[in-house]
Design a protein around this ligand. Structure first.
Ligand code: ACO
Length: 298
């Protein structure tokens, strides 16, 4: 759905949306559910990794928009893929969901409990967007991305994590209520979220790099949750880093919540931008409020 189409639905314009957010278009999954998108992404990840579905021990789906409360989305994915040996659960940390899910996978693998973990970020945010509210409907899009983490003796993988939550600020960004129809849609204090992101994202990245003894010159890319290009530009500026190190694709997809980081990672990978040993920082932030970052050696 392009900005032009949106301009026929609410009082907005291509120029306003592009200038304030950097978004030109977004996908709306009209005939596809969160679990269907998750299955498609997971199938591609399995193929890419050359791993059989039966070899997956754990499936985690990061989502704020599951098809149902029961069974969870991960179980639907398991059934569709034939991943009969996997334990399955969903995790909900909104736009930080993929980061949290990766950290859970890392912990299970390092504890020796799991060998191959399928981590998926899938969100059909269009379902909880009020399409008459111009202040939110222009921002979001639907999507899914997936990856597989495996136990491995070498020195690549997720090296460290820095994760945070502040539930006392939950009112700043909420929605999707099942019981209260008045709260079914996303309700957001945009400026508060903006301030939260540009303050906390550089902080978590700096604290992560300090903990891991890594200099920012060693980082090839900062793969940030794709919410708004102005947030990414402000983070780059505050960190005194070049925008070249902040790949982005939100122009084409908008904010796809838990899916934005894996979609961007996949595009970088398929475009041969990632080489073995490259150091990446992944950073997510969103409702909760929750935020955090991971250091990854590709
Ligand atoms: N088209 C035209 N005008 C609009 C639109 C629109 N789509 N939306 C709001 N406006 C109007 C407002 O009504 C307001 O008009 P007024 O001055 O007559 O009252 C004016 O534009 C300015 O509104 P602000 O809310 O002050 O606009 P701002 O510059 O803050 O931009 C935005 C809004 C883009 C939401 C910004 O606050 C932002 O980027 N916030 C970050 C939030 C974010 O990215 N959230 C994504 C989800 S959360 C996450 O993923 C972490």
């Amino acid at each position: 759905m392009t900005n032009e189409i949106l301009s026929t639905m609410v009082d907005t314009s291509d120029e306003w949306i592009k200038t304030r957010t950097g978004i030109s278009s977004r996908r709306v999954a009209k005939n596809c559910s969160t679990s269907e998108m998750a299955v498609n992404a997971a199938g591609n990840a399995l193929e890419n990794a050359g791993i059989q579905a039966e070899d997956i021990d754990l499936i985690i789906v990061a989502t704020s928009t599951p098809d149902n409360n029961m069974p969870n989305t991960a179980s639907v994915v398991q059934s569709q893929l034939g991943a009969c040996n996997a334990v399955c659960f969903d995790e909900s940390a909104a736009c930080a969901g993929f980061i949290i899910a990766l950290s859970i996978a890392k912990a299970y693998i390092e504890a020796g409990m799991m060998k191959n973990v399928l981590v998926i970020g899938s969100d059909k945010i269009s379902r909880i967007v009020d399409w008459a509210d111009r202040s939110t409907c222009v921002l979001f899009g639907d999507g899914a991305g997936a990856c597989i983490l495996s136990a491995y003796e070498g020195n690549s993988g997720i090296l460290g994590a820095d994760l945070h939550n502040d539930g006392s600020k939950g009112e700043v960004l909420k929605g999707g209520s099942i019981d209260n129809r008045d709260e079914r849609y996303i309700d957001m204090n945009g400026q508060e979220v903006f301030r939260f992101a540009v303050r906390n994202v550089p902080e978590t990245i700096n604290s992560l790099l300090n903990k891991e003894g890594t200099n920012k010159d060693e980082v090839k890319y900062y793969v940030l949750h794709q919410a708004n290009i102005r947030i990414i530009e402000s983070v780059a500026k505050r960190m005194d880093e070049d925008m070249e190190k902040f790949p982005n694709n939100l122009k084409d997809y908008g904010n796809t919540s838990a899916a934005s980081i894996p979609i961007l990672l996949d595009e970088l990978n398929r475009n041969n931008k990632l080489q073995p040993d490259d150091l990446l920082v992944l950073a997510g932030f969103g409702a909760g409020l929750s935020w955090g970052s991971l250091l990854v050696r590709w």
